[in-house]
Design a protein around this ligand. Structure first.
Ligand SMILES: NC(=O)c1ccc[n+]([C@@H]2O[C@H](COP(=O)([O-])OP(=O)(O)OC[C@H]3O[C@@H](n4cnc5c(N)ncnc54)[C@H](OP(=O)(O)O)[C@@H]3O)[C@@H](O)[C@H]2O)c1
Length: 277
């Protein structure tokens, strides 16, 4: 029998995804951990801790009733309207039960601002449909009792298994153009650092808004080029330069008020090192 750290029962919505699966692997040895997947796969069908769930077709309440979580971690993608309804139902469950939600949000909740990096208490404002959607869910969650919610705002998430790295490798293989944004200054992180941070947030019962970007900032174009020189010796890589504005634009989330301990911080160089693991 496993020695579980606590009585927590954890439900990860989107546990078959890049970040959700990394979180599942980190937590399942310590807590009773359940997860959802959308696309049927034998590995999940055979695992009694996994439930098939499609946000557009299924009622999340059924998964909640079946798993009775004390912590829900939302790592979903899918139709925005359906996700909004699901998060309304999750909010009702949280109000009625001894349960907390950890929601993966994005630096895009600030993508309408350009001149500075963003901190936890800055007002959100987005110019994108994705950013608007994340703000809507955040605002819904911020109406819940504050100790019951952790909102994690993530920048670009990389890792050896990240879809973004796979996409870059595919472009290199196909000799097709890789998009770079010379005006964007951003921060980055890895799936493995996020899983450590979430484990800490659970163990220490932390709540509130967390900005989980690297401590330093990088230019998008230079960083993508650094990644490419790390994983390939190819010359003649094709780039497509995308200019969204004439001036530099920040898409960076930095912590000021709700900081995690030093060992849970990451630098952009450490993110690069992680890609080769
Ligand atoms: N990756 C990043 O750089 C990044 C940055 C900022 C924020 N985030 C946020 O982090 C979360 C996880 O991102 P990710 O990169 O790990 O995404 P991902 O790899 O695409 O995983 C998405 C998860 O959601 C599930 N899913 C997709 N459509 C669904 C639907 N219609 N109904 C139910 N489940 C569905 C997927 O199941 P299947 O695998 O079965 O399709 C998978 O488990 C998202 O909320 C995203 O907005 C990610």
């Amino acid at each position: 029998m496993k020695a579980f750290e606590s009585k927590h029962r954890i439900l990860i919505l989107g546990a078959s995804g890049f970040i959700g699966n990394a979180i599942y692997k980190e937590l399942c040895a310590y807590f009773k951990t359940y997860g959802t997947y959308r696309i049927p796969k034998k590995i999940y069908e055979d695992n009694h801790h996994f439930f098939q769930y499609n946000v557009e077709e299924d009622d999340v309440y059924e998964v909640l009733e079946a798993t009775k979580p004390s912590i829900i971690i939302s790592c979903l993608r899918g139709d925005f309207n359906a996700q909004t309804i699901a998060h309304h139902h999750i909010s009702e469950y949280i109000l009625e039960h001894d349960c907390k939600l950890i929601f993966l949000s994005s630096a895009n909740v600030f993508d309408a601002y350009s001149k500075y990096p963003s901190y936890e208490l800055d007002k959100t404002l987005s110019g994108s449909i994705y950013g608007h959607f994340k703000i809507k869910i955040e605002n819904l969650l911020l109406r819940l009792p504050k100790k019951k919610v952790a909102i994690l705002r993530l920048p670009m998430v990389l890792g050896s298994q990240s879809p973004r790295l796979k996409e870059i490798k595919q472009h290199l293989h196909d000799k097709t153009a890789i998009e770079i944004f010379p005006n964007i200054i951003m921060n980055v992180t890895t799936d493995s650092k996020i899983t450590q941070q979430i484990h800490y947030i659970i163990n220490r019962n932390k709540f509130g808004i967390f900005h989980l970007g690297s401590t330093d900032l990088v230019h998008h174009d230079e960083y993508i080029k650094d990644i490419i020189s790390l994983i390939s010796s190819k010359n003649g890589v094709v780039y497509k330069h995308v200019y969204t504005t004439n001036e530099d634009r920040y898409l960076a989330v930095l912590p000021k008020f709700n900081k995690l301990p030093k060992h849970l911080e990451i630098t952009s160089k450490e993110v690069l090192d992680d890609l080769l693991k």
